[in-house]
Design a binder for this molecule. Structure first.
Ligand SMILES: NC(=O)c1ccc[n+]([C@@H]2O[C@H](COP(=O)([O-])OP(=O)(O)OC[C@H]3O[C@@H](n4cnc5c(N)ncnc54)[C@H](O)[C@@H]3O)[C@@H](O)[C@H]2O)c1
Length: 255
């Protein structure tokens, strides 16, 4: 019996570094999954999980800034599995740009994708959970950048602080419906995101080493080290976790 046995779970950003690992580990824990991201077709890693766990995973192509795509994600969960128990709101984009150079377009994009779309998706999912009447768990992927100040991260940091605050506030609004809402704040995790950020720097190897050193662990995190926390928060084991913003940062934020 898996820790998420038969729970219907939506995972956004499913084609990304953390998302693909979430799809696999959630499936291994018995979840029924709606995996969604921008590519038309499931990635090879998602397709492999679909093969290994027949009928357990459905992929929905969706751009979270498009409302009808949010509807499609939610409606597919209902038509395929009849309910929604868990949302792992994981999609995100990073803008690593100095304050004085950040464009309005970059600011709008990061706020729309990370905050606005997360609000609207959580709202849609919560409405279904309320109607179902037996609670649920929503987990939002914030960031250490939403808790601490970093250079070149004003727009991203503000968006991720907003994501953490969504969890605290929504937990209050949903308390009477037994819907728990928590956020996680990962440190730097070895996925395509930090690699893309470093592309523009010539001394990217030194920056990478400095990033590693900034974590007490002396390295970046691995996606599964984040996803095990997400699985705990999604599961009934976390019944007393609500409105929390939980670091998973290899000790970065305790220094
Ligand atoms: N990697 C890190 O160091 C790190 C640290 C802290 C928090 N995070 C957060 O973790 C989450 C997962 O990131 P990751 O590390 O897997 O990076 P990633 O770039 O591999 O994954 C992000 C995913 O979000 C998807 N996405 C972006 N815009 C979208 C849109 N408009 N519609 C639908 N999907 C969209 C991307 O396609 C991508 O698959 C993100 O919210 C990120 O901000 C990452």
């Amino acid at each position: 019996m898996g820790r998420l046995q038969d729970k219907v779970c939506i995972i956004t950003g499913a084609a990304g570094g953390q998302g693909q690992v979430a799809v696999k580990l959630f499936a291994e824990q018995g979840a029924k999954i709606i995996a969604s991201d921008l590519p038309e077709q499931p990635t090879a890693a998602i397709a492999e999980v679909m093969r290994d766990f027949p009928g357990q995973v459905h992929y929905v192509r969706g751009d979270v800034i498009v409302n009808r795509d949010l509807d499609a994600i939610v409606n597919t969960a209902i038509t395929e599995f009849g309910r929604i128990d868990v949302l792992f709101n994981n999609h995100g984009v990073m803008v690593g740009s100095p304050l004085l150079e950040t464009t309005e377009q970059e600011l709008d994009d990061v706020l729309d994708i990370n905050v606005r779309a997360s609000f609207l998706l959580c709202q849609r999912v919560a409405r279904h959970m309320v109607a179902q009447g037996n609670g649920g768990s929503i987990i939002l992927n914030s960031s250490i950048g939403g808790v601490l100040g970093f250079p070149d991260m004003a727009a991203y940091g503000a968006s991720k602080a907003g994501v953490a605050q969504l969890a605290r506030s929504m937990a209050n609004d949903l308390r009477d419906h037994k819907i728990r809402v928590n956020a996680i704040t990962p440190g730097a995790i070895d996925t395509p995101m930090p690699h893309k950020y470093l592309e523009k720097f010539e001394d990217r190897e030194e920056i990478w080493k400095a990033m590693e050193k900034a974590h007490l662990a002396g390295r970046l995190g691995r996606p599964e080290e984040v996803i095990w926390l997400v699985i705990f928060l999604a599961s009934d084991e976390a019944s007393f976790m609500n409105g929390a913003v939980v670091p998973v940062d290899g000790g970065y934020s305790c220094v």
